[in-house]
Design a protein around this ligand. Structure first.
Ligand SMILES: O=P(O)(O)OC[C@H]1O[C@H](OP(=O)(O)OP(=O)(O)O)[C@H](O)[C@@H]1O
Ligand code: HPA
Length: 181
């Protein structure tokens, strides 16, 4: 865990890349697009814990149609800045069978996490798989999948805020920051 001064120093030296206002506008636009595409499908919406919790909390009250809600839990970064093996804590269960599933995540970086989720959801019998990511990182390497709904494009730097952590800290920030190069 970061100490209080370490967490403060990270924020003080970081660069604000998207303001709270832009974040709110982005979630609003995504809610509109998701509504257009899925409002007749009664989707099962799955929040990917823990990064997607803030995005989910802002998005769900803007989806004015019938849906069901549940969560998944897995981790690939484990509070580090580089990803490793995927560790599942809560896998998608039988509830996805025959459902249109919409997975919500905070960030699509290399795409390994979302690809692993898609594979499990489809293997467990979902009728259709959709994904919405609040942020997508511009990576040089091609990703194994594209999200159906994308919020903000972020540079190929470590970013945090609005659910995204840095060494476990600062998920609670209302805006998006990038670590200085
Ligand atoms: O596209 P990828 O390179 O696979 O990375 C994206 C994933 O990494 C983060 O999760 P993390 O493993 O940090 O767990 P967290 O949700 O608890 O932060 C983030 O929430 C995404 O789920
Ligand atoms: O840049 C990032 N920030 C926070 N969490 C992440 N998970 C993958 N990439 C990132």
């Amino acid at each position: 865990m970061l100490t209080y001064p370490q967490a403060q120093q990270i924020l003080e030296t970081a660069e604000l890349i998207y303001s709270e206002r832009t974040v709110a506008q982005t979630v609003h636009r995504m809610a509109r697009d998701i509504t257009q595409q899925l409002s007749q499908q009664q989707p099962l919406v799955l929040c990917v814990m823990g990064g997607a919790v803030v995005f989910t909390g802002h998005l769900l009250p803007q989806l004015h149609f019938p849906l069901d809600f549940d969560y998944l839990h897995l981790s690939r970064y484990n509070k580090q800045l580089q990803g490793g093996e995927i560790q599942w804590r809560v896998e998608p269960g039988e509830s996805v069978k025959d459902r249109v599933v919409l997975v919500l995540d905070d960030i699509l970086d290399q795409g390994l996490t979302l690809a692993a989720i898609r594979d499990k959801v489809l293997k467990n019998g979902a009728r259709a798989f959709y994904s919405a990511v609040f942020a997508e990182k511009e990576t040089s390497k091609p990703k194994p999948l594209q999200a159906d709904f994308v919020g903000l494009i972020v540079p190929d730097r470590y970013v945090f805020g609005f659910g995204m952590d840095i060494h476990g800290a600062w998920r609670n920030l209302p805006a998006v920051y990038a670590v200085k190069d």
